[in-house]
Design a protein around this ligand. Structure first.
Ligand code: G6P
Length: 366
């Protein structure tokens, strides 16, 4: 009801603004990094496995896609991520030394549950879930679990569940790294410090809302949009495009920026908004040249640029400046303005933000 919404217009907006608290709650009671965060016996399981297979749907799949970068670079564990409805029906080559990780807000998504059972039937007995509902089928079915504490999410388009899933997946990455001898005590302390500072860092990002609102009117008249990111932020571009199409009904596609020249560049005209996720990371110079390719075709860039990227506003280049680069945890910050953009564009178009047409919060049938 209206009382629950407080100052917010929709549950989605409220849930976007609840993210600092959702993350703080998810980290609450995490004294340090250890396999036991995922349940009894996790140490033995983590010792035994040497691969990770992530299975999920929708936004949860993009959380998994982000985690793949972490698991490979921090924990050094070969990781594949697969859409649950694909995995369950294809012939694949099982490896018993795999940790099967499902990600699900609800813990009841039919395809994800079926994919889990399929993996198990192929002989992969080690299973772990990152899930927001402690009493769900997914938590019951899996050997190990990390229950995020996003609280109840009402908006069909997932927001706080996504960022808390990322936190859970980062903890999993660190715990696996520790067991594999790739995390010193000093590194652990630094990582924990960065995690615990996330709620504050998120507050600073949420304060950018007025700037996002200023873009939304213009944006709401578009019928297409491209989202670009690279590396760790490519899944964030995918998630931004998903949010926009789900609730504003603007057709949106995301591409890894280096792949622009292999197709989507043909779509770029002065009519095409190109949302760019621009963290100040090792790929920045590459990304800048991709932005040039867009500008050369008169595409309109809407850039979320970290401080110190030296990306400045100019005709055709709209810039919202993000706080300092947040290292590996940067995707957790960069997704937030994309959520806000989708939300305010949808509001400008007058759609039913919390209940977009044809979509359900939890898909418990195939
Ligand atoms: C539906 C929801 C999405 C969600 C997806 C997976 O499509 O609308 O927001 O990402 O299901 O749901 P799960 O509960 O498994 O994360």
């Amino acid at each position: 009801g209206a009382a629950e919404l407080g100052p917010y217009r929709h549950y989605m907006q409220k849930e976007i603004f609840e993210q600092p608290k959702a993350i703080a709650d998810t980290l609450d009671g995490v004294p340090g990094i250890s396999p036991e965060l995922f349940g009894d016996g996790a140490y033995r399981v983590f010792k035994e496995i040497d691969r990770v297979l992530i299975l999920a749907c929708g936004t949860s799949y993009y959380a998994g896609s982000t985690a793949r970068y972490w698991l490979e670079s921090v924990a050094g564990i070969p990781t594949t991520v697969e859409i649950a409805s694909e995995y369950r029906y294809r012939d694949s080559v099982p490896d018993p030394r795999t940790l099967v990780v499902t990600i699900s807000q609800s813990g009841e998504t039919a395809d994800t549950l079926a994919a889990l059972k399929h993996a198990r039937s192929l002989g992969m007995k080690h299973t772990l879930t990152i899930c927001n509902v402690a009493t769900s089928a997914m938590v019951r079915e899996c050997e190990l679990a990390y229950v995020t504490r996003a609280g109840v999410e009402i908006g069909v388009a997932s927001t706080k569940a996504f960022t808390t899933q990322l936190v859970g997946l980062y903890l999993l990455t660190l715990a696996l790294a520790q067991v594999k001898g790739r995390l010193t005590d000093e590194q652990e302390a630094e990582e924990l410090k960065a995690l615990r500072h996330l709620p504050m860092a998120l507050q600073a990002v949420l304060a950018l809302e007025p700037q996002v609102i200023a873009w939304s009117e213009d944006f709401s008249r578009k019928e297409n949009a491209l989202f670009l990111g690279r590396g760790l932020h490519y899944p964030i571009a995918l998630e931004g495009a998903l949010k926009l199409k789900e609730i504003s009904y603007i057709h949106a596609e995301a591409y890894p920026a280096g792949e622009l020249k292999h197709g989507p560049l043909a779509l770029v005209t002065e009519q095409m908004p190109v949302v760019t996720v621009a963290p100040n990371d090792a790929l920045l110079e590459k990304l800048k040249s991709n932005m040039q390719e867009v500008r050369a075709r008169a595409g309109q860039l809407y850039v979320f640029a970290d401080a110190d990227t030296h990306i400045a506003s100019e005709p055709g280049v709209h810039v919202i400046r993000m706080p300092e680069h947040y290292g590996r945890l940067s995707p957790i910050l960069h997704v937030v303005p994309l959520q806000l953009l989708a939300y305010h564009v949808a509001c400008a178009r007058g759609t039913d933000v919390d209940k977009p047409r044809n979509l359900a919060k939890s898909v418990t049938v195939e």
